[in-house]
Design a binder for this molecule. Structure first.
Ligand code: NAP
Ligand code: MG
Length: 491
């Protein structure tokens, strides 16, 4: 990676607010800095939106809604298809930018760009498949027409851990459905969203359809928007704690919401599993994004008969990984996003060790610049350790053993979360049983990465409401309308 690509790329990223098709500074003139978590250097200063700027963005979305909602679906689909192509053409730039502001290794960042672009492609195809029905009422005395309309102006609040994919996963179905939108990107990683807004502008997205308001005070901009009766939909991805608060606020105007919240994914390894597959799957499910994924395997539940061998193999693989700045070649593990995150990971490890867990590899942070934490494997983790109940959001794999399938499933389900789960087993009947007994919105079988634009992503229990992607995803942005029509033969 030639280092002079970095300033060149950063110089092409707009750092203003994007409102009504115009790039402009914040009403207050204020900006905030975006840091590289590997060097703690400031990469860019970004306009810091005020509540008034937020209101102006919603004004723009509201004004654009009617005409946008009437554009031919094919036109919206073709715009998304063009955006897919251009995102892929610029995949290296998007990946570098993401690696700079968020820290993930370039190869992973490229993987995220592909995943993010898939939502544009998938929903370009879904835009022209919005269906309805026309049927006779059971008594034959009327006809029932059911159709779908765009929900209206949406607000998107997105997290820092997947700076591009969490944006396209909302923007693409909203465009396909004919909704306009305001995006409040994360303060830690706003550049990927801004760069993507530039790309959509170049693709010909009409002014006002998409507006971006980065801010250092999320609550002060989001709060008034959620209370504004012109807003018709809130889609949030982030922590369960903030999601709960936004749900409460959204109740006042019975706002439609989609909530992609936290997780505490179990990863089950049964004695009949192919252990090579299980170890590689666990590595992927644990270490993608340095463990900072809502779908990250949080608890490794391993059948006692194979637990020691599995733990040793996993620890050997994890100890051999290279940690460093994500933009350097050959790096497997980048830094964590910030210092509070690293402190929290260390706290969870210390708590487990104090209660009797043993460290097979890792376990304490490195000195020097950057929020690095080494891949860590813990065994003999007692049931009351905090690390089993809380989202780790770091490269730490706590291993717990179970005796049989019933105990494994009971442990897997012993959480208020229900986003992702993973199971490694070669027994076909067991795989089908787990599909019914594991309480999670998504289950990977012999698979460490399950995210797919064509599949419905989302959780049950306190992991959220609604689904993103798949045939389900577009319905988050459509209202159902029913029209009753008198029997045309007796009229
Ligand atoms: P977070 O603190 O909840 O932040 C998410 C977004 O909400 C950010 O844009 C944040 O803005 C904003 N926000 C924070 N406080 C707010 C408030 N009072 N009012 C309105 N908006 C507010 O979560 P995070 O730390 O960025 O991300 C990690 C969490 O996201 C984890 O729990 C992870 O599991 C979850 N996640 C879930 C999914 C999923 O699909 N289920 C995907 C990825 C991540 P600021 O950046 O300015 O704070
Ligand atoms: Mg946060």
């Amino acid at each position: 990676m030639s280092t002079d690509r970095e300033p060149q790329l950063l110089a092409t990223v707009r750092t203003d607010l994007y409102i009504a098709g115009e790039w402009r500074g914040a009403g207050s003139g204020a900006t905030f800095g975006v840091e590289d978590p590997a060097t703690e250097r400031v990469l860019a200063q970004v306009a810091d939106a005020t509540p008034e700027d937020g209101a102006a963005a919603l004004d723009a979305a509201q004004r654009a809604q009617e005409a946008w909602g009437r554009t031919p679906p094919r036109e919206r689909g073709e715009l998304l298809r063009l955006a897919y192509q251009r995102t892929m053409e610029r995949a290296d730039d998007f990946a570098l930018l993401m690696s700079l502001e968020m820290g993930k290794p370039l190869a992973e960042a490229l993987g995220e760009v592909r995943y993010a672009a898939e939502f544009l492609r998938w929903f370009s195809e879904e835009a022209v498949r919005i269906d309805g029905r026309y049927v006779s009422a059971p008594d034959g005395r009327s006809r029932l027409l059911v159709h779908h309309r765009p929900v209206g102006p949406c607000l998107f609040v997105t997290p820092w851990n997947f700076p591009l994919a969490m944006v396209t996963r909302k923007v693409a179905p909203a465009i396909a459905a004919g909704c306009t939108m305001v995006i409040k990107p994360p303060a830690l990683t706003p550049l990927s969203t801004l760069f993507f807004a530039q790309l959509l502008e170049e693709c010909g997205l009409p002014a006002g359809v998409l507006n971006v308001v980065p801010t250092s005070r999320a609550g002060s901009v989001v709060g008034p928007l959620v209370a504004d009766p012109r807003l018709r939909k809130l889609s949030f991805t982030g922590s369960t704690e903030v999601g709960r608060r936004l749900l409460r606020d959204a109740a006042d105007q019975v706002l439609r919401t989609s909530m992609e919240l936290g997780g505490n994914a179990p990863l089950l390894v049964f004695e009949d599993a192919d252990l090579d597959v299980a170890v590689e799957g666990a590595l992927a499910a644990k270490l993608r994004n340095m463990g900072q994924a809502c779908t990250a395997a949080n608890r490794l539940l391993v059948q006692s008969t194979v637990a020691e061998e599995f733990a040793d193999r996993l620890a050997r693989r994890m100890a051999a990984l290279r940690t460093g700045r994500g933009t350097e070649s050959g790096v497997d593990i980048g830094p964590l996003i910030d210092e509070p995150s690293r402190k929290k990971v260390q706290e969870l490890v210390d708590d487990a060790v104090e209660r009797g867990a043993r460290v097979l590899t890792g376990g304490s942070p490195q000195d020097g610049a950057g929020h690095f934490y080494p891949p860590t494997v813990l065994v003999d983790v007692p049931a009351d350790a905090r690390i089993l109940a809380e989202e780790i959001f770091g490269p730490v794999a706590p291993i717990v053993t179970f005796a049989d399938e019933a105990e494994g499933v009971a442990l897997a389900n012993a959480t208020e979360y229900g986003l992702a789960a993973y199971a490694f087993t070669r027994d076909g009947a067991r795989q089908l049983r787990l599909a019914e007994t594991v309480d999670a919105g998504m289950l990977g079988i012999n698979l460490g990465v399950i995210s797919n634009a064509a599949a419905p992503f989302g959780g049950i229990k306190q992991s959220g409401l609604g689904r993103e992607g798949g045939a389900e995803g577009i319905h988050e942005y459509l209202d159902v309308r029913y029209v009753g029509i008198a029997d045309p033969f007796s009229a």
